[in-house]
Ligand binder design. Structure first.
Ligand code: NCD
Length: 323
């Protein structure tokens, strides 16, 4: 069992903090992060040489497959002149020989300034943070738990478009039970007032009752729906997700619930508003038809994906005490 330690709040000071959950942030911490994110965008877009992270080494320890999170962390570090040592598919490592996670962390923290970790088990990033004594740990996804840097980039994308993180109406669709990205994003939105979220999923993939109760108690208005016809007109954003095949016990169970809800041009015409942005953490496997991609409201292959790198640049600069 992973020991549950109280999460350390950012409390205006990011330096050397582990990043495990959106619960560590306050609205003012997010404001600070997103202000720096804008500056990072300028560095990246204008190809301005930067040495903000020069002399730092960040280790990426990915026990589970990844392409965008892995790629955007690597790119973010290199944009700022830092170095990366990356391990993907830890099958080739000592973990395969039976080394404990704790030992792996104690070894790699000796070589680095920060460790980014992805793992299939909930609580692994917390476990790594408990083991680390020298460097901050960043959770890049722990099973069906959280994916805080994705939550941050999702919120940065909503903020960039709508200029606020309160008084929003949004739709989350797909695998609400297993989708760790939306667990972080909804947690983040629960920090702000007067947000209403429509939750569209088959019954089997509803948000867990624990999550539902926790988020409701925090003041989020959650409305569970099972039919696309109940999507509210003119929502501020739609956030579609992949049914997380790898979390199912049997392929047959997965087949029963996959792609029940698909974003099509027709659905956009019927239910989306002029300013509704269409988001997806990616990869998509059929949940959004490709002819939606050219719609200016579709941000998943544009701002949302790019914000991933800018937010990670800002977060690393703050955690490593360079901004
Ligand atoms: C997601 C993940 O790994 O949780 N991908 C990502 O990091 N953007 C979403 C997914 O795999 O469906």
């Amino acid at each position: 069992m992973t020991e549950i330690s109280p999460l350390e709040k950012i409390n205006s000071n990011f330096k050397n903090k582990d990043i495990l959950s959106l619960d560590q942030f306050s609205p003012s911490d997010l404001k600070k992060l997103f202000t720096l994110t804008k500056k990072m965008k300028t560095i990246a877009v204008n190809a301005k040489p930067s040495d903000i992270l020069k002399g730092t080494i960040t280790i990426l320890l990915f026990f589970e497959p990844s392409s965008r999170t892995f790629g955007s962390f690597s790119a973010a570090i290199q944009q700022l002149g830092g170095s990366v040592i990356a391990f993907q598919g830890m099958g080739n490592s000592s973990a395969a020989k039976g080394e404990t996670l704790e030992d792996t962390i104690r070894v790699f923290e000796g070589y680095s300034d920060a460790i980014v970790i992805r793992h299939s088990e909930v609580g692994t990033a917390q476990k790594a943070a408990n083991a680390a004594t020298l460097v901050p740990i960043i959770n890049a996804g722990d099973g069906i738990g959280e994916h805080p840097t994705q939550g941050l980039l999702d919120m940065a994308t909503i903020y960039e478009k709508h200029g606020r993180l309160d008084n929003l109406t949004g739709v989350f669709a797909g695998d609400l039970l297993n989708g760790r990205t939306l667990h972080s994003t909804i947690r983040g939105l629960s920090l702000f007032k007067n947000n209403t979220l429509y939750l569209l999923s088959p019954k089997q993939l509803q948000l867990s009752r624990e999550h539902y109760n926790e988020f409701t108690q925090r003041g989020l208005k959650l409305i569970e729906i099972t039919n696309e016809k109940d999507i509210p007109a003119n929502a501020d954003f739609w956030y579609w997700t992949r049914v997380q095949k790898e979390r199912f016990k049997s392929l047959a169970d997965y087949e029963k619930v996959k792609n029940k809800f698909i974003v099509t041009k027709k659905l956009m015409k019927e239910r989306a508003g002029k300013e509704t942005i269409i988001m997806h953490p990616l990869p998509r496997v059929g949940e959004i038809e490709s002819d939606v991609d050219d719609d200016r409201r579709a941000v998943y292959l544009r701002n949302q994906i790019r914000n991933g790198m800018y937010v990670r640049m800002a977060l690393l600069a703050l955690i490593l005490g360079k901004a």
